[in-house]
Design a binder for this molecule. Structure first.
Ligand code: HPA
Ligand code: ZN
Length: 326
């Protein structure tokens, strides 16, 4: 069996995925047309040509612009359904996905419109494809604490639908400490907490995410390797890191996949997983992330199997549910 077939065959979970980052140009143009919205690019090809980024912010500017054409519940449903259909073909059996409510509520779309569309698609895919799921509401860290508090209030009626809260967007200059009080309230309300940390920001932000936001999983976390004590803590507590290799390459977090820190992290017994982050923008869904990483780093089938197993260990499935796969 080739590595490619092996990757396709093994069951996997996706733990770091922004639903707005799955917005393929073809669907974007279709939805823009039905909503009478103008896209600043003349064609799908022109838009795709703009997908070259030197850093996180250059990507975020285009990512937020793309999301502007999403208006109705049906739009959010179609976006989510397209992603789930794709991952079903890649043998992803469980997903824990982010949505960014502020990207939409700030432009006048109701919170309920966003979550209803996303949630209905997730329910339908559980029915039709058997894909189980958790939903994570992510706060935009470039916005202020008051906006995050308002978003948390809006989420409370949907507590049964939302398992956790996260923190994404422009990292440098927006440390986890900015949201300590919001996360304290989220924890009080029973949400699990995660945060993007150490993608572009320093190891110190990972410490803050752990100590102040009480996260039980770190999104990215690449920069932990700068701090031996931090690595030791992450290993001791088996705090999962949701790595996103193609995202790291496209956003110049690494200059070459061959230099990706994943092997070093595995060597140190960090609990690492592979994920796609924003697949419509970074050139690959889960299996492409596994395959490109495996090729660049010459991973063995045993190492690939470990990464897939880690994805279940790191998930929020119950121990009993995990047993089915690991
Ligand atoms: N980092 C921070 N914010 C994001 C990302 C990311 O990789 N993707 C979507 N929002
Ligand atoms: Zn991300």
């Amino acid at each position: 069996m080739t590595i490619e077939e092996f990757i396709k065959k093994i069951p996997k979970t996706e733990l770091h995925l922004h639903i707005e980052g799955t917005f393929e140009p073809e669907l974007m143009f279709e939805i823009a047309k039905r909503n009478n919205k103008i896209i600043n690019y003349s064609s799908v090809e022109e838009l795709k040509k703009a997908y070259h980024f030197n850093n996180l912010q250059e990507f975020l500017d285009i990512y937020y612009e793309g999301a502007n054409v999403l208006i109705t519940e049906q739009d959010f449903y179609d976006l989510t359904w397209a992603y789930l259909t794709k991952v079903y073909s890649q043998n992803i059996v469980h997903v824990e996905i982010f949505f960014d409510p502020q990207t939409h509520t700030d432009r006048g779309i109701a919170f309920e419109t966003v979550i209803n569309g996303i949630y209905k698609a997730l329910e339908d895919s559980q029915q039709e494809y058997g894909i189980t799921f958790k939903l994570i509401m992510s706060f935009l860290r470039h916005l202020d604490e008051a906006s995050a508090f308002k978003t948390l209030e809006e989420a409370l009626p949907y507590k049964d639908w939302i398992s956790g809260v996260g923190l994404d967007s422009s990292e440098v200059g927006n440390p986890p400490s900015k949201f300590e009080r919001v996360f304290a309230k989220a924890l009080e309300e029973g949400f699990i907490t995660v945060a993007h940390a150490g993608e572009e920001g320093p190891a110190e932000y990972i410490w803050e995410a752990l100590d102040l936001l009480k996260v039980t999983r770190i999104d990215h976390g690449n920069r932990c390797l700068d701090d031996e004590n931090l690595v030791q803590k992450l290993v001791d507590l088996q705090i999962p890191l949701t790595l996103c290799p193609l995202s790291n390459l496209e956003l110049k977090v690494v200059q070459d996949l061959k230099e990706h820190p994943l092997p070093k992290m595995m060597e140190k017994n960090l609990l690492v997983t592979i994920n796609s982050d924003d697949p419509a923008y970074f050139g690959g869904y889960m299996n492409e992330n596994y395959l490109e990483t495996a090729k660049a780093l010459q991973l063995s089938k045993a190492e690939i199997a470990t990464l897939a197993k880690n994805s279940f260990t790191a998930s929020w499935l119950t121990d009993q549910e995990k047993e089915e796969y690991i």
